[in-house]
Unconditional design. Sequence first.
Lengths: 354, 268
Amino acid sequence: MEILETKLMKGNEALAEAAIQAKCDAYFGYPITPQSEVLEYLSREMTVRGGVVLQAESEVASINMIYGAAGAGARVMTTSSSPGISLMQEGLSYIASAQLPCLIVNVNRGGPGLGTIQPSQGDYFQSTKGGGHGDYRLIVLAPNSVQEMADFVFLGFELADKYRNPVLILSDGAIGQMMEKVVFYKRDVVKPEKSWATTGKHPHRERNIITSLFIQPEKMEQVNLSLLKKYKEIEANEVRYEEVNAKDAEFLLVAYGLSSRISHKVVDLARHKGLKLGLLRPITLYPFPTKRIEELVPQLKGAMTVEMNAGQMVEDVRLAVNGKIPVTHYGRMGGIIPSPEEVLEKVEEFISNI
Amino acid sequence: MNEEKLEQQNTVTEEEEFELIYERPVHLTETRLHYCPGCGHSTAHKLIAEVVHELGIVTKTIGVAPVGCAVFAYDYLNIDMQEAAHGRACAVATGIKRVLPDKYVFTYQGDGDLAAIGIAETIHAVNRGENILIIFINNAIYGMTSGQMAPTTLPGMKTTTSPYGRDTSSMGMPLKMCELIAPLKGAFYVTRQAVHTATNVRKARKAILNGLKYQTLGKGTCFIEIISNCPSNWKMTPVQTIDFIEKDMIPYYPLGDVKVPKPEDLKQ
């Protein structure tokens, strides 16, 4: 791809710039640390370069503005951080049911409650298991660099349109706030026709209705089944992951986002010591790389997730491993980022106890 | 009258000539309304369908339905529509209008939806002067959930959650939404209408017509409150509800324009 420009940017700003380049039509947001730069950047840039930017009265309002604008056929995005994302869960459930493509970004901070503004991965459950009420899934992308904060915006919009499903970028306060080199490429951004959108009823078609209400049980179940079918398709086609020294690994770290950056370093340190440690980094948290973990199990003696939470993704790894090898978790909370040395010590402790 | 005679009376013979004076509005679907007999919602739906037809704007109109009795409004209005979460219609309408500024966007909301759970979205949409039409059906009760107290329930009025009557010392006074939002600069046209008499229906129709027409000016929000009735949950016959509207509702919620555009405001 032809390079457009190379810049030093904050993760939040790179994401905002990518949204403009991805031809996002409208952005609705509400200030919350550590993601307010997105709203600020877009208020400054997108309003001038073309596009709707609106600071809503709450996250509840912004997610419902997303519902309306997405239902009207626009390419739309909102961003927030953990408490704000909690407020959006009702809207997300409606959006998932009404099958509206849109991009949601969570720059995860520490919780529960008002918590801390420091980085955390405590929203894994909420992000990957639905979050709001009812049976639904978001496609969840987990960037681990400023570059991916930008790249996943393009991918996110593409997947949202492909499956008519909300896509969540699950980042964290560190990736959002840190500055790194980011390359913007010249891309051919294509926005599909949306014949289902409510744009005004023309005589040649039936009226379009955006709804999540299916009051007859039989109809509701049909909708549930068709959503399930879509999720199976997503699980079959959209699993993305990255590996570091996994092919010959006897012990496996599983980590995403910021933790995967730390874990990469842990693998380097371990290999230097002669430990056959590898890393599997899920890029899509939903769909989860369950199959790849299953494939690796025969060569493994144990697996450990490294997460900045009390142990959430570890449950998905345990499901994939299905009791065949020991699985453990190491995590720090409260906005504390573990050091590679600290993690390595835990890995060695784990191995010695197997 | 026995059935045979009734049938004879209702049978139209070919020789007879009739003048068509009323028919189903073009933009109402054939679907049978689920509203209780005597309920004002059906009349309000009809008026919207008629006005959209009169203005010839169906290809440019998007409606937003609420949660409440009108949750199925899109089953009856043959118009592109979105069904919003409870209270969020004004936020949904904002989203639609901001990306489709040349279209006509309206919300249709009840008192629980607009004045309780959705009051923040309502006030902020009006305060931003969103160029949308908000149609607010005030029947002083939660109809869909079968008769609980609404923010608009009258003082002393009995509901299933104010079984001894609304005690304003602990439950507050009913909200007068028109008067609450009219002072906001973003409110362009604010009026309170009713649909319980033929005269009021005509006035309400005119208000909806203006509310949609003004949208092309891009000068702010139009807000039309419609005082309506709820025979089932007021535990009254439809005829009794008309009396209640006249004697109890209208004295508290006076009908008429609360804010009208000045002649110079009506210029493009």
